[in-house]
Design a protein around this ligand. Structure first.
Ligand code: NAD
Ligand code: MG
Length: 396
């Protein structure tokens, strides 16, 4: 049998990182962990290194690196500790690596993910913010290096599974009419609008169907997550925003659908467990066991659908506008959202103010072309500064 594939897991201590390691551990003959990264939770990162014995571990700064290196030596491991973005880019692009799980949250994942793309790796893309920020440049880099880009987001993985193999010829050329992007509607789907003013970070993070990191949980509550996913779908499948329709489906059993011109609608179903899309992308085009229980349709009994309400979910409207504006707009939307969501998680703003901050940032700053990475980071920095201005002007 051939050697196991070498996998780098960026964001190993997070929700997606841990699910990835769970799937990898089920298939030791197929996969070996090459590198793991963590930004906090150093004790967890150490335990993961002991479990998976990677060649490298990456941490944010030198002090953490020193003490992790000591602990690893004491545990009898050869793992070498690297530091910061440079370390992340190194383990993403190392010639020995076959595939990179991009599971850092937010804009912080962009450079390491792009380093993996430029090195022509197989990319398992969970870090949707990276693609949203830099879409055109990211996809150009994928085409240039010949890197295989596989979506981990459950919706995009579902769409990928329902698309014909030659979808890159263009949706209309392969008979696709629309992409139907499903959304659970999150914890506030039915909360009376006047109560949204007082919801807490804990309530926002209590997702009805999925267990995820805190930032994406808040994004799911506001439906900014679906907005980011709309932009993500446009880049991954070369779709126009008008070809992507959001459908609220509270059970999260159908992970998304593709509507063809002959009236066929293909869907991918499964239990809401990220190990399914992770296993799908890891083994693609083969299939492997993910540890996910078989779907019990009798227990589910019914599937419901409704149209999203943009008054309840203004972030979805803002994201669609940014998708249509293109250029720097998605990077600005993403950056303003990252600042607003952190402020909400730190209890400095109320939940409805997330949308107010993003709307203000987008209205203040004109959309400009972003034809190089520096322009993407400039738009990101500008939006962060404007969002911070909103916070200080409002005394937060
Ligand atoms: P998480 O918060 O659980 O984990 C984030 C990981 O990134 C952690 O390992 C953390 O240490 C690391 N990290 C955080 N800030 C960093 C920084 N500045 N520099 C380097 N590393 C940093 O998040 P998650 O839920 O696992 O989500 C990860 C990504 O996957 C996000 O982009 C999210 O949108 C996407 N995603 C997650 C899910 C899910 O079910 N959790 C589903 C679809 C997509
Ligand atoms: Mg998703």
């Amino acid at each position: 049998m051939s050697r196991p594939q070498q996998i780098t897991v960026l964001g190993a201590t997070g929700s997606i990182g841990l699910s990835t390691l769970d799937v990898i551990a089920r298939h030791p003959q197929r996969y070996q962990v090459f590198a793991l990264s963590g930004f906090s939770r150093m004790a967890e990162l150490l335990a993961l290194c002991v479990r998976h014995a990677p060649r490298f571990a990456v941490v944010p700064e030198a002090a953490a690196a020193g003490s992790l290196q000591d602990d690893l030596r004491a545990a009898g491991l050869q793992t070498r500790v690297l530091v910061g973005e440079e370390g992340l880019c190194q383990v993403a692009a190392d010639p020995e690596v076959d595939a990179v799980m991009a599971a850092i949250v937010g804009a912080a994942g962009l450079r390491p993910t792009l380093a993996a793309v430029e090195a022509g790796k197989k990319i398992l893309l969970a870090n949707k913010e990276a693609l949203v920020m830099s879409g055109a440049l990211f996809m150009q880099a994928v085409r240039k290096s010949g890197s295989v880009l596989l979506p981990i987001d459950s919706e995009h993985n579902a769409i990928f599974q329902c698309m014909p193999a030659d979808f890159s010829r263009g949706l209309s050329n392969v008979g696709v009419r629309r992409i139907l992007l499903t959304a659970s509607g999150g914890p506030f789907r039915q909360t009376p609008l006047n109560e949204l003013q007082d919801v807490s970070p804990e309530q926002a993070c209590a997702h009805p169907n999925w267990s995820m990191g805190r930032k994406i949980s808040v994004d799911s509550a506001s439906m900014m997550n679906k907005g980011l996913e709309l932009i993500e779908a446009c880049w991954l499948f070369d779709a126009k925003p008008s070809q992507v329709e959001v459908v609220i489906h509270p059970q999260s059993v159908i992970h998304s659908l593709v509507d063809y011109v002959d009236g066929s609608v293909l869907a991918q179903l499964g239990n809401p467990d990220m190990r399914t899309p992770i296993a799908n992308a890891l083994a693609w085009p083969e299939r492997i066991d993910s540890g996910v229980a078989p779907l019990d349709l009798f227990a589910i009994a019914r599937l419901d659908f409704q149209a999203p309400d943009e008054q309840r979910f203004p972030c979805l409207r803002l994201a669609r506008q940014a998708a249509e504006a293109g250029n720097s707009a998605p990077a600005m939307l993403n950056a303003a959202n990252e600042v607003a969501v952190s402020a909400f998680l730190e209890r400095r703003i109320r939940y409805p103010e997330i949308a107010s901050i993003i709307a203000e940032v987008l209205s203040l700053e004109p959309v400009v072309a972003v034809d190089e990475l520096d322009a993407v980071f400039a738009a990101d920095a500008k939006a962060r500064a404007l969002a911070e201005q909103w916070l200080s002007r409002n005394g937060r």
